[in-house]
Design a protein around this ligand. Sequence first.
Ligand code: ZN
Ligand code: ZN
Ligand code: FE
Length: 757
Amino acid sequence: MIRRIRVYGIVQGVGFRPTVARHAQETQILGSVANKGPYVEIMAQGDEQQLKQFADLIKYASPPRSVILKMDIEDVEHLPYTSFDIIESKHTKGEIYIPPDLAICDDCARELYDPNNRRYLHPFINCTNCGPRLTILEGLPYDRERTSMKEFPMCEQCASEYHDPASRRYDAQPVCCNSCGPHVYILDTDCTDREAIVAARQALASGRIVAIKGIGGFHLACDAFNEQAVTRLRSLKHRPAKPFAVMARDLATAQKIVKVSENAEKVLTGHQKPICLLEKNEDILAKSVAPDNPMLGVMLPYAPLQLLLFKYDDEMTTPSVLVMTSANDSGVPITHNDEEARHDLKQLSDVILSHNRKIRVRCDDSVMSFYHDQPYMIRRSRGYAPLPYILKNDFQGEVLAIGGELKNTFCIGKGKLFYPSSYIGDLSQLASVEVLKNTISLMAELLETKPSVVACDRHPQYNSRLFAESLGRRTIYVQHHYAHIVSCMAENDYDQPVIGVSFDGTGYGDDGTIWGGELMICDYHGYQRVGHIRPFYQIGGDLSAKEGWRNAISMIIENKYLSMDDIISLKLCDEKTLKIMKVMHEKKLNSVLSTSAGRLFDAVSAILGICRRSSFEGEASMALQYAALKGAARQVNIKTDPLQEDGYVLPIENLIAYIVNHRLNNENVNQLAYDFHQALAMMIVKTVLMISRETGISAAALSGGVFQNTLLLEMVKEQLEKNHINVLIHHLIPPNDGGICLGQAVVAMTKLNEERK
Ligand code: ZN
Ligand code: ZN
Ligand code: FE
């Protein structure tokens, strides 16, 4: 009997084929194993029992860095085999796999500190199970000649390991050692190699700021215990309050500063090593690392060079926790070469530790939050991109989706495979558009696609749309919140109609107003908006996105239960400003109608005196959530039934009136923050249940940036499930705008395939 097994997932560049060959030997299976681009194909000949055993071994005893997403097994006719062979990669057109970067593995970390190993303290040690991948790729086929490692010919010993299937460096493109690998240096000095590492360590130990070239770009690092150093970094970076992520020396150190659950430990120590957002323990770090924030972003070293900063043989002690923040302004692409470092980082750092292995694709650190101890992605980039999503739909054709304006990522769809890119940044910055353009052409080349269809957001002023249109191909416009919902559906590989709850910051609505608190019936083919929160005026244009007090005032002016005096009593602004605001509201000057849930959170945060204006995106709404976590469930007297007007309208005016009146009664702010979450969740749940009764649809998808708020997520999900609704949520695709490229791509691909029929 001959069976064809196709294994999808992280199965290339991780030693999958030699492992399969060993399993074949063990179970006496004959046949072959070959890389086929997006999957590994195994031909297996044996009896039923052998074949079952073999398949189990593949599934349950796969190499440590591999991830099996799917196995397709099928009986096939084939000439009998007489041996089991590893077939060398023959490059077949259109079957391309781009591996994500892998954090240093335990074996390499051990060798790194073994004085008898020839890679002792080598800053670029790697193997089949670890090392850079995506970030060093420059072309196809994927071999050393087409990576940044081409400038470093392998020495004889490295070459023999590279060619030996029994070695743990078999077929690992970036393999190198102390004699043939890249070199580190302090930029624009004669200080290199050992001396450079010692100099950087010395700088960190003495409270200075060091720029460090990592896997996907430069970081700025300093001693996370040293208040002076951290404050200085804040003022240099013009970043007054946004939390910094830190890198801890090891797991034990991380456990001191944050609460690490069992699953968080797996992620923290795993091969992707994202920044994990975890609850702080005792606050032993400098106060200004993550001021007034119960959470802290923590990661462990993932590049050997980072390990060496914590531990080296120079008898110096360096800080066990370092601030490790990407070396660029917020939204701007991460700095990735010496020229940029010279230009951007000289003013921001005291020492620049660089190296001569080029970064071809920039890649920021991924940021992961947790929901019920399961990964809940905030930024999907290093370690995950560009791993594809595989849908069950029988799609054909190619699409490019440009993604969101903020937190931009793009997505290439190729048949049923969808490849969301690494994080690009904020496209209102022209530098980001340039990087987007370059990364798209590189990825399209690597995936051998030339999509004739481009999907983008509908917003007429977005650079993402202008860029899409400038490509001169067919453009498909996808409404922002619909894209959010489809991204959530696609991540769950669910293509039946759902009730989409898209609670978000800002998105361009079909009627030209701002949307962001939407309920829509969706499938991959289209959507219908069936509900939304009561529209209000956002006064002050772009400012109203940062200054929650503006929306608060507008919501109070519009509220029939409240008066102008309330605005003054709440100290939202002074009398003079209020007069101006009133005129602006009356005449609709610089004002736009909005259903944005994000702005509602900002407004309530301002009313409660928690955060009047945000110094970074999401500050006010995050602070509101953290306050609510200190409150408790209780009966509140708020009318939460949706009104049937033009579709269902969520009566947030009741909510605002309640919050204002109780705040003016000096009730506990944290409790009111909780009440707000609870009542808003009730409004969502009631509306979804009404839509469900009306349409018979019993599945809901929760997406949009507001669902980064896991308290709201929990309240909505739990109540819906109690009422027998199947609730889809995000896992590894962010609920924020970093995820919408996948939704856009799936919508465009569906349209393309509809037209074919
Ligand atoms: Zn390794
Ligand atoms: Zn070597
Ligand atoms: Fe959005």
